[in-house]
Design a protein around this ligand. Structure first.
Ligand code: ATP
Length: 333
């Protein structure tokens, strides 16, 4: 497992210690340990069936682990599930709003479910924050998908949780709405000081939004780090040199910092930890007059994900969109 910069045990808002979960013969989680700091936006990234939702369900005290222990805001999910539930908010992948109620009535319902008496002032503040104040008395039926998602986040924040869990918060949304929601999630995290743990299939979402990411595969944590750390750990850069002629490459072998040199037709692919330091020496070694074009391929989270899980994130996405629409149909029945 690749682990970079993990917080100390006991200093975190979420602490997962050797948690396993089996459903019959299926081992959904296999001895998972993870520390998530207060105030972080933390992403769980992984293929379908990797165990992301199961981990969130355990951390929201919805299902107990088969073995191991986890703490949220200092409370044990197995021994103090009620305390945990009071301190977490959950934005589920499924639709949870009541279409026939107004935005404010949905907040009222949430306040009832959370047993809150003094909620209206804060509900109004949240509606203002999410740009929904003038739609407070409109039925949710007429809301766009972006407005619905914002209202769902407002609902999850109403009881002032320490942690908010978001399962695929932007799945099925168009790229513009997705970006708008990233801003709201980021601002929510800053404004309300709430720790955010989200699952996603969108590599760009994890890259842009998350302070740190865990890549989870077959129920195990395969890698943990900031997006930059994960990219750097898994892969360096590749200098792609398009040649004018078959120049000799012998000089490259003597250069310090070159991991691999591969010839692909008229191109040479040179793997290096970082191109900026070595590029002038590479050009000099090959000879500038022998070079038609040079491109640098920076490490990406996509290539990290591919290397760790053996799957491209695009393969995953198409499967999940189907699941999303199935959820919508189920919720409307
Ligand atoms: N209630 C359940 N009963 C039986 N098996 C389950 C149950 N919930 C999850 N599983 C299985 O546990 C494994 C992990 O599922 P989980 O939903 O946690 O994965 P995930 O990473 O969230 O996947 P996805 O990205 O598809 O939502 C899968 O093999 C799944 O089929």
């Amino acid at each position: 497992m690749i682990t970079v910069n993990q917080p100390e045990e006991g200093t975190s808002t979420i602490s997962v210690r050797s948690v396993s979960k089996s459903y019959g013969d299926v081992r959904a989680l296999d001895s998972v340990s993870l520390e998530i700091r207060s105030g972080e936006i933390f992403g769980l990234l992984g293929p379908n069936g990797a165990g992301k939702t199961t981990l969130i369900k355990i951390l929201t005290a919805l299902v107990p682990p088969t073995s191991g222990e986890a703490f949220v805001a200092g409370y044990s999910v197995t021994r103090q599930p009620y305390e945990v539930k009071r301190r977490v908010g959950w934005v589920a992948a499924e639709v949870i709003l009541d279409d026939d109620l107004t935005a404010m009535e949905n907040l009222w319902l949430q306040a009832k479910l959370q047993n809150m008496s003094d909620w209206r002032g804060y509900a109004e503040e949240l509606l203002t924050f999410f740009g929904l104040r003038d739609r407070a008395d409109s039925k949710v039926k007429g809301f766009s998908t972006g407005m619905r998602k914002k209202l769902e986040i407002a609902l999850a924040l109403l009881h002032r949780p320490a942690v908010i869990f978001m399962d695929e918060p932007t799945i099925g949304l168009d790229p513009g709405t997705r970006r708008m929601l990233w801003d709201f999630i980021r601002n929510t995290n800053r404004e309300y000081g709430v720790t955010v743990l989200l699952t996603t299939h969108y590599i760009e979402e994890a890259d842009q939004l998350c302070d740190r990411i865990a890549i989870i595969n077959h129920g195990k944590i395969a890698a943990v780090g900031t997006p930059a750390e994960l990219k750097a750990t898994v892969e360096g850069e590749v200098i792609e040199v398009e040649m004018r002629n078959q120049a000799t490459l012998d000089g490259l072998d003597g250069l310090e910092g070159i991991r691999e040199v591969r010839r692909e037709g008229s191109k040479i692919l040179i793997s290096v930890p970082s191109s900026s330091d070595i590029l002038p020496a590479v050009i000099e070694s090959i000879g500038a007059s022998n070079i038609r074009r040079i491109s640098i391929h920076e490490p990406s989270l996509e290539s990290a994900f591919l290397k760790i899980t053996g799957k491209t994130i695009e393969e995953e996405e198409s499967v999940d969109i189907r699941k999303f629409y199935a959820n919508i149909r189920r919720a409307r029945r």
